[in-house]
Ligand binder design. Structure first.
Ligand code: ADE
Ligand code: ZN
Length: 326
């Protein structure tokens, strides 16, 4: 009805979406049939069951299985254009997309193939009216070697549209501080720090993302509400959170959208943005995130427009780019 129409009409920005996690069922089926050795289900019903996560670790195993099937620039371009078509359908005009070069290169894709696929996909997206930018992130579970190689690759290649430098993967047992030198180097090269923190661990990880990694935004930040001093700090510094409500429910970090701390974040005056993380894997869309939050928290259109504006202001677009979306 009219709420849906209102949400659709908002010019939207997505700040937290993983390229590999944006692969839809059709794309994954095609890849699975081409790369049977990966062991990903090649039947639709079976694949849908595979996509039903028991917990965060199961989610990461599915993600890595899809990842392992990406072999060349055509696979990458297919992912990017598939994501862009979906963004265009939802009137999402701009997205900062997380790419994990270390994983692709580890799985045998030459760096040049990856960059070519990204560039081709980005050009095709622009033709559809969707502007894409990139965040290259460290797969934290692979340690400091992955950190070093990711920053070297990012700074050396500096592809057009690269704006952010991140850190993903599991947080448990993967301290943020060990990656400090790589974030320092990335920031010195002009990239913005956008680590995941507080998705699966407590507020200490968010503090570390701020103090050790110089976070310009926090990926998720779900656990910040457990620490009043942290809430005050994030509000005072106006450090945006990339909140991904459906993702958090699907990986069982929170029980339901109604139980999600996003309400307390908003009550505390934090700069909240809504995001999808790994949309088809979580059965999420950006419009769906706005709708879910609106209906469970009773947000009115002006408050939804505020959330959309938060994302524009929190993006790394230049002033002209932001103005065009406000
Ligand atoms: N990689 C892809 N999605 C992720 C998430 N939600 N958290 C950490 N790493 C990820
Ligand atoms: Zn994420």
């Amino acid at each position: 009805e009219s709420l849906r129409a209102f949400i659709h009409a908002l010019p939207k920005v997505e700040l937290h979406v993983h390229l590999v996690g944006s692969a839809g069922i059709e794309t994954v089926l095609a890849l699975a049939r081409r790369h049977r050795e990966a062991g990903v289900p090649t039947g639709r019903a079976e694949l849908e069951r595979f996509f039903t996560f028991r917990d965060f670790d199961h989610f990461l195993r599915v993600y890595w299985a899809v990842q392992s099937m990406l072999k060349d620039r055509h696979d990458i371009r297919t992912l990017v254009t598939g994501l862009a078509a979906e963004l265009a359908r939802q009137n999402v005009r701009y997205a900062e997309v997380t790419v994990t070069p270390y994983n692709h290169i580890l799985d045998g894709m030459p760096g040049d193939e990856l960059l070519a696929g990204l560039a081709e996909g980005r050009a095709a997206a622009a033709e559809r009216g969707v502007e894409l930018a990139w965040c290259f992130d460290i797969p934290g579970e692979k340690g400091v070697r992955a950190g070093r190689e990711t920053v070297v690759f990012a700074v050396r290649e500096r592809p057009e549209g690269l704006v952010g430098f991140g850190l993903g993967g599991p947080e448990v047992g993967v301290g943020r501080a060990q990656f400090e030198p790589f974030f320092t180097a990335a920031r010195e090269a002009g990239l913005h720090s956008v680590p995941h923190a507080g998705e699966t661990t407590g507020p200490a990880t968010i503090w570390s993302a701020v103090h050790d990694l110089g976070a310009a935004r926090i990926g998720h930040g779900t656990s910040c509400t457990a620490d009043p001093a942290l809430l005050d700090y994030l509000a005072g510094q106006r450090i945006p959170l990339e909140v991904c409500p459906t993702s958090n429910v699907r990986t069982r970090q929170v029980g339901s959208i109604a139980a999600h701390p996003v309400r307390r974040m908003l009550d505390h005056g934090l700069v909240v943005t809504l995001n999808t993380d790994d949309p088809p894997m979580f059965g999420a869309t950006l419009e769906g995130e706005y709708l879910a939050v609106a209906t469970t928290l009773g947000l009115q259109p002006p408050e939804l427009a505020r959330l959309a504006k938060n994302a524009v202001h929190s993006s790394f677009l230049d002033t002209a780019g932001k103005s065009a979306l406000l």
